[in-house]
Design a protein around this ligand. Structure first.
Ligand SMILES: C[S@@+](CC[C@H](N)C(=O)[O-])C[C@H]1O[C@@H](n2cnc3c(N)ncnc32)[C@H](O)[C@@H]1O
Length: 416
């Protein structure tokens, strides 16, 4: 069935929404204000999915990436960047209202001046000569020969490695404020060591080459065994003036300029002068270390042992001694340090904070909470849990992942 309709809204994942006689139709690759002729691809009881056959009025744009329609990496490159930001801001507003059940000031999302080549961590599946990104919702590789999101040199390295060894995946990480790169070759059996020399000769900025062995038939990228083929299992990057050591397994934010914006938002949300602060889910310590010089004392809590070890080295390397890192689950360890704490900054993984963790905030009457979130649905759920005890002063979305539907938020919560 074909219909002509105007796009008047979006779904959470960036499909355009139009209506025919009040019946909602979700349209792929259509933006607000587009008038499109569509063909229905799937009909359900209360809605239908459709694809565009013809743009009659076009407010959306032709994506600059020729693989956009196949590749699963980006979802909303067909929207002009300012429209992407509007879409994300509205998504945060709607989710906080619907799931969080609070009214608050959701500010306009802060975007990037140049929203391309921001990604400092490239992961590409390989299959012989084929290297690329998985097709949407599948494990078929789209053979990508150009990408506007990854760091350009990381992408060139991945291209250079096509067909060079029997690789499963390639992981390349790059520093933002130096030219250093780390290459991780993931294979079922050890690769020939001379490949590391070939890489370094061609790309002299590479400071580390690692061979990770993964012979398991799962989707997990890294196996448990690794061998350093060149340099050390480390490189350094700078974030808000501090030096960070990163290894091939560390969690490290993938868009550093926007991470600096995000952390500045988190740090300036509260007056940290002379305060005792918890940095929960702290990774390699980058939020806590960024404000430790202002605060009286900081406790970082993190589950991953290797990240905690690195966080401690990062504190030493930056001469910061009023911070302590505790290894374990934030929801379990928080009670051991919470007495006397003034502010909690929490930056959990996508699944959000556990109830036990949120109860600790309530039970200990923590005055101010700064919640950094990469998943607005779980942020809204946790806000709902806290809302009898905490007022949400504002939420500031920050666009860490341009051209995808993901958005990061900083929420400031104050005890009622
Ligand atoms: C979104 S990352 C934030 C890391 C850090 N704040 C940053 O900005 O780089 C979430 C971190 O939570 C850690 N994590 C996951 N579950 C945890 C838990 N139950 N308790 C403590 N840390 C946890 C992960 O290892 C990861 O480092």
């Amino acid at each position: 069935m074909r219909y002509t309709l105007e796009i008047i809204d979006y779904t959470y994942d960036g499909l355009g929404v139009g209506k025919v006689d009040g019946f909602p139709i979700f349209v792929e690759y259509a933006g607000l204000g587009d008038v499109v002729e569509v063909e229905v691809t799937k009909r359900k009881k209360n809605l239908a999915f459709a694809k565009v056959k013809k743009y009659i009025v076009r407010k959306s744009v032709k994506p600059i990436c020729k693989d956009f329609y196949q590749c699963g990496g980006c979802q909303i490159m067909h929207l002009p960047y300012d429209e992407q930001l509007r879409f994300k801001t509205n998504h945060v507003r709607n989710t906080i209202e619907r799931i969080g059940k609070v009214e608050t000031d959701v500010r306009d999302a802060i975007g990037m001046e140049n929203p391309y080549h921001y990604r400092n961590k490239l992961i590409m599946p390989f299959e012989g000569e084929l290297a690329g990104i998985y097709r949407k919702g599948t494990h078929d590789i789209v053979d990508v020969k150009n990408c506007h999101i990854f760091n350009e040199e990381s992408f060139q390295i991945a291209q250079f490695l096509r067909g060079k060894a029997n690789l499963r995946n390639v992981l390349v990480r790059n520093a933002e404020y130096s030219d250093a790169l780390m290459v991780v070759l993931i294979s079922r059996t050890p690769v020939n060591k001379s490949l590391a020399n070939e890489i370094v000769q061609e790309f002299p900025n590479v400071v580390s080459v690692i061979n990770n062995i993964n012979d398991l038939s799962t989707n997990v990228v890294l196996g448990s065994k690794s061998e350093v083929l060149y340099g050390e299992d480390e490189y350094h990057d700078t974030l808000l003036g501090n030096d960070y050591l990163i290894n091939h397994r560390s969690f490290y934010q993938i868009n550093i300029p926007q991470t600096e914006t995000l952390y500045n938002e988190a740090i300036t949300a509260v007056d940290l002068e002379n305060k005792t602060v918890v940095d929960a889910y702290c990774g390699i310590g980058s939020i806590g270390l960024s404000f430790a010089k202002k605060a009286k004392y900081v406790y970082g809590i993190e589950i991953n042992e290797s990240s905690v070890e690195i966080a401690r080295v990062n504190a030493l390397n930056n001469g910061i001694d009023n911070i302590e890192f505790i290894q374990g689950k934030a929801e379990e360890k928080i009670s051991s340090v919470i007495e006397g704490v003034d502010v909690v900054i929490t930056d959990p993984p996508r699944k959000g904070c556990g109830e036990e963790f949120l109860m600790s905030l309530i039970d200990n009457s923590i005055k101010e909470v700064v919640y950094v979130s990469c998943n607005v649905s779980t942020l809204a759920r946790d806000i709902n849990y806290l809302r009898d005890y905490y007022r949400v002063e504002y939420i500031q979305p920050v666009d860490m992942f341009p051209h995808t539907f993901h958005i990061e938020c900083v929420a400031k919560l104050v005890r009622k």
